[in-house]
Ligand binder design. Structure first.
Ligand code: 13P
Ligand code: SF4
Length: 354
């Protein structure tokens, strides 16, 4: 049994948004019974909890069995023996788990589990674009619905997008739905000397599009020696002035291995919280941004889906859509597992242009 004090000991270093999200001993005391109830029910129901790094720290450190980026969690979903998967994240991640585990029940506990990228494009859009660009390979970001994946050739995540697009044996690529990641992809292929005709869709992540290179200049002035890490969903201006670009888990690994002490994380606040819990000696500076969809996951919601799920909490997919979407995800696994070098984040500039 976890006590409020145990939970507080874990979470006491979380200080995002100037301390507004800090955990007090009293707050942890009220959370501990919920955490214990969830952990007991998990065993009773043979359920596993997967949590994206953006969800709140009490989920990550109180009840989650696996935490990671979208690629790692998709892999974790294929390795579990549990009968039920509770996916604390957004709907497209729950759908990915269901696509890979049709025989398991998959629940998403959030109350608003959209994603501005996944909501930007429909299966009908892809069918129309395929008629317009019949010679292009259609590459979709994992932040898409099952219906969209079912219409595409291969899925990618932020940890493998450059490697996969470089490797696809077609020099005509249609990438969707993230316009900014698409522009970063075009820039990275150019940097690698890969010549491909890459078309991009017009979706954006409302969290990452907010960052502005001016803010990075300010951070560098105010915090000398700071290492700036960004996600490939940020705009190309940010990518150019970052010290490292990668998926959420790759950013976490970078901080863990780095000898530097100060970091600015240009991504959702959940990642900064994880760093504060796991590497309390490292200083996280600047501000982060909240994703309202990820943050709609709560301990209460997880308890609800384990105790008495409502129909809207469960992921159910049409079998034909699921099978076609699985081909698209399996193609990604094959590209990643067959390849020679390790899965690549964007090899971002190590020196910041002045
Ligand atoms: P990661 O795969 O890097 O965790 O990204 C998922 C996401 O939604 C980022 O906004
Ligand atoms: Fe979607 Fe952006 Fe939230 Fe990630 S941070 S889940 S891309 S809205």
């Amino acid at each position: 049994m976890l006590t409020g004090t145990d939970l507080y000991e874990k979470l006491k270093d979380v200080r995002i948004s100037g301390g507004a999200c800090a955990f007090t001993p009293e707050k942890c005391e009220t959370m501990a019974p919920l955490v214990n109830a969830i952990n007991a029910l998990k065993k009773e129901r043979n359920a596993v909890i997967l949590a994206h790094s953006y969800v709140s720290p009490e989920i990550t450190y109180g009840v989650a069995d696996h935490t990671g980026d979208s690629y790692q969690l998709a892999k974790d979903a294929t390795r579990t023996n549990a009968d039920t998967i509770v996916f604390a994240a957004v709907r497209f991640m729950g759908e990915t788990a269901k696509i890979l585990n049709p025989e398991k029940r998959v629940f998403i506990p959030g109350t608003d589990t959209g994603c501005t990228l996944a909501d930007a494009v429909t299966g009908e859009d892809v069918r129309r674009l395929r008629r317009e660009f019949p010679d292009h390979s259609f590459v979709c970001y994992i932040n898409t619905t099952a219906e969209v994946k079912a219409e595409c050739d291969v899925c990618v995540t932020s940890s493998n997008v450059y490697h996969i697009v470089e490797t696809i044996p077609n020099d005509k690529i249609y990438f969707l739905p993230d316009k900014l990641m698409g522009q970063n992809l075009i820039d990275e292929m150019e940097r690698r000397g890969v010549r491909k005709d890459i078309r991009v869709f017009d979706g954006r992540c409302y969290v990452h599009e907010e960052y502005d290179p001016e803010m990075v200049r300010f951070l560098r002035l105010k915090f000398p020696g700071v290492k700036v890490l960004s996600h490939p969903e940020c705009n190309p201006g940010i990518i150019k002035v970052s010290d490292y670009v990668g998926s959420t888990s790759q950013m976490l690994d970078y901080v863990e291995k780095s000898k530097d002490e100060r970091f600015a994380m240009l991504t959702e606040c959940g990642l900064s919280s994880r760093l504060q819990v796991e590497f309390p000696r490292k200083q996280i500076v600047g501000s982060c941004t909240l994703c309202k969809y990820m943050k709609s996951n709560t301990l209460e919601g997880i308890l609800r889906v384990l105790l008495k799920p409502q129909p809207k909490d469960e992921i159910l997919l049409d079998e034909d859509v699921r099978r076609r979407a699985q081909r698209c995800i399996d193609a990604m696994f094959e590209y990643v597992e067959k390849k020679a070098p390790a899965p690549g984040a964007a090899p971002a500039p190590t020196e910041v242009p002045s």
